[in-house]
Ligand binder design. Sequence first.
Ligand code: NAD
Ligand code: USQ
Length: 406
Amino acid sequence: MRVLILGGDGYLGWATAMYFSRKGHEVAVVDNYLRRRMHLERGTDSLTPIQLLPQRVSAWREVSGKTIEFFVGDLTSWDFVSRVFKEFRPEAIIHYGEIPSAPYSMIDVHHAVHTHHNNVTGTLHVLFAMRDFTPEAHLIKLGTMGEYGQPNIDIEEGYIEIEHKGRKDVLPFPKQPGSFYHLTKVHDSHNIYFACRTWGLRSTDLNQGVVYGIETEETKLDDRLLTRFDYDESFGTALNRFCVQAVAGIPLTLYGSGTQVRGYLNILDTLQCVELAMMHPAERGQMRVFNQFTESFSVRELAFIVKNAAKKVGIDVEIAQYENPRVEKENHYYNPVHSNLLDLGLKPRYLQESLVESVIQRVIQFKDRIIADAIVPRIRWQSGEQPEKVALKEKVEEEKPSPAGD
Ligand code: NAD
Ligand code: USQ
């Protein structure tokens, strides 16, 4: 299949490009290096050293004998997007090409507007390019579990049957996102749903949980093939950050009580889920929604999992409770349905199965690259400023039961 990967220089995009290329698909990636430029702006960097696309692609050719085509350009440029679609004529489009950070979108008005412009405009261009040049193609769009927020009812997969004043309908599940970034995903979902209904496009919206992990079968082949791995307050996700903090000797940064529950999945399972969606495409006119995660944990549980794993490799870890820089529910009900991908054949990997040790070993390999100043949070949801570092409230000495699912 001809697979176009938008955001193919990113954490998930580069890993996906190699995965599909190895499986024999014809793969092209698109990226404008925005993520690298955002790191420059924040004074942060990927833990893993990563090369630019021309070097990555030639290293991949050398190691695998396979070719990945690449287009360097901006999805917010219609001229660029239309040229790529006309030249490559994708059958499947995997759309990762957005700004993925909740904290970054909450820095100030400029970062919120940039995130909205980048994400919503880019996706609109993709929808129009599909309509005009590849109407049969299947869009596999990375959304987020954060679109739903944490309602006090079970979260369905995209849609809910509602009975109102004696009448029934199946409608999009109510959305209560927790940041301007998460809101862009909600807006994208509405635009995609409209395009499917109006133009008969086909799409799968993958509402993904928080991804962890550093390694895939392909990145293991050669260090020149590593994907990015972020741990700073803007771009690092909780578990990846905890692993770096453990190795750097910085107390793990639990925000607030740490009782917030999220869905998590291994980067290897992201690859599996995207492949399952691609091999079982949506119907024309349909926007399917899959909730993409394999396990739920409170942040506190994650911290103790990392602490225990680090102990096995001789590292003593402290856990600390920080004043929560975000405005979010800390004690909440959380029970999202996630059966669609399992029904298609997803074989989940579980966090406790040595993953943490294998991440920690890799982090140790690149320990000298850790920028310690990038770890402790400064960005707050409440004010537009970037004040002093968020205060450390107390050390967490023992594991307390999480209220997950109460
Ligand atoms: P990433 O930042 O590593 O990758 C995104 C890539 O898209 C970057 O390389 C960036 O340069 C590129 N990009 C952004 N805007 C672009 C534009 N206008 N034109 C061209 N390229 C552009 O992020 P990631 O962690 O790989 O996430 C990929 C996608 O998955 C994102 O849409 C994110 O919201 C979603 N997602 C990620 C996670 C996670 O935990 N990593 C969880 C749920 C959803
Ligand atoms: N958290 C901590 N300490 C940290 C970092 C985070 O306690 O050092 C907490 C946060 O307060 C939050 C939870 O951990 O309650 C998850 O935070 P995160 O930064 O790991 O994830 P989030 O901001 O939600 O965003 C990430 C990705 C985003 C994706 C989202 C999926 O960056 O692209 O959309 O996960 S989800 O969380 O399901 O919305």
